[in-house]
Write a protein that binds this ligand. Structure first.
Ligand code: GH3
Ligand code: MG
Ligand code: MG
Ligand code: MG
Length: 319
């Protein structure tokens, strides 16, 4: 409609549609002791298609945030009986970072230092009441745009672009994190490296696009099989890795045997073609310890075991 009326550019309309689409899936919590204020804010947010919940106190907001996950934006008044908006954000920030839950503070006090105090203590933005409607909505959308951008950056840095599972960078940083965690010291950890057999043939015979579909399906199956504490990642090409903290060698071996078998018993069917896909798997086991060089040794051992699985005929698990 706005486009047809020739009031806005095509780009503006595209941006508007994507903002509204984002907003439909965005839960916003409004905290204000004034019923009038709550009503105004709620109506404004609903115009922008947000999914809005409101409460009249900081205490209720905290309970709601604990019970109702998925809230992405908290809009809070400053002056409220009981817990004020300032205390509320301090409490909220103990649990939620600026990147997972945005906060916008509101106050009708003509106190300029309040703005800085709010932002320094975890608010993403701050507005004076009564809010200018247009400005309020711009700031709400801007704040959420930043959150979206941070999420996108995080995904670009940590997820594999083709398969959507974790990438090498994430895998290594997660292992390092584990090595640095007190409660993991001495815990057994198994690491499996998987390499698809004769994958080049898949590309050569069926084309690169079909090869890509195989990689996606393989990644999907692997991350479905190894959930919970396991870290599943694509190291690159047709090479994958699974870290299994708390899993002993015997268990890891049989889990990997199961996975290897399942590739044969549940064949890959793409475009009505059945492709025979198998994988060679190398396993290494150690105990999480103090020295970071152990990570390198662990991965090297898994790689050597994989190499053995290849040279002993492929479609095999070696430890
Ligand atoms: P082996 O059993 O010894 O592992 O043989 P292989 O053919 O699987 O191994 P090789 O290392 O010779 O070939 C791996 C192939 O994977 C070569 C490369 O073109 C292909 N490849 C790497 N990344 C991608 C990708 O993202 N998509 C597709 N379709 N192919 C990829
Ligand atoms: Mg108030
Ligand atoms: Mg390879
Ligand atoms: Mg291969």
């Amino acid at each position: 409609y706005v486009y047809k009326e020739n009031k806005f550019s095509y780009e503006y309309v595209v941006k508007l549609v994507s903002t509204l689409q984002r907003n439909i899936d965005t839960k916003v919590l409004v905290v204000d002791d004034s019923i009038v204020s709550r009503k105004i804010l709620k109506n404004l947010l609903k115009q922008q298609l947000f999914d809005v919940v409101d409460v009249d106190s900081g205490e209720k907001a905290l309970t709601l945030l604990q019970d109702l996950s998925g809230i992405r934006l908290l809009i809070t008044d400053y002056n409220m009986p009981g817990m004020d908006g300032f205390e509320l954000i301090l409490r909220v920030r103990e649990k939620f970072s600026r990147e997972e839950l945005a906060i916008i503070g509101l106050s009708n006090e003509g106190n300029e230092s309040l703005t800085a105090r709010f932002i320094k203590n975890g608010a993403n933005d701050f507005l004076q009441k009564p809010v200018v409607h247009e400005e309020f909505l711009c700031r709400v959308n801007n704040t959420l745009d930043s959150l979206d951008m941070i999420k996108k950056l995080w995904e670009l840095a940590n997820l594999d672009y083709l398969t959507g599972i974790f990438n090498r960078r994430y895998f290594l940083s997660k292992l390092k994190e584990l090595w640095g965690t007190e409660s993991y010291q001495g815990v057994i950890i198994s690491v499996a490296m998987l390499d698809i057999d004769f994958f080049k043939r898949v590309n050569d015979t069926h084309g690169h696009d079909i090869g890509d579909i195989v990689l996606k399906e393989f990644a999907h199956r692997l991350s479905n099989k190894f959930k919970q504490d396991c870290i599943v990642a694509r190291l690159g090409g047709e090479e994958f890795v699974v870290a299994m903290p708390g899993v002993e060698c015997d268990t890891a071996t049989s889990l990997m045997e199961e996975f290897r078998e399942s590739l044969l018993t549940l064949p890959f069917i793409i475009d009505d073609m059945q492709l025979d896909i198998s994988s060679s798997i190398g396993l290494a086991v150690t105990e999480v310890g103090k020295s970071a060089s152990m990570i390198e040794d662990l991965l090297k051992s898994a790689d050597l075991a994989l190499y053995r699985a290849k040279s002993e005929g492929r479609n095999k698990v070696c430890v």
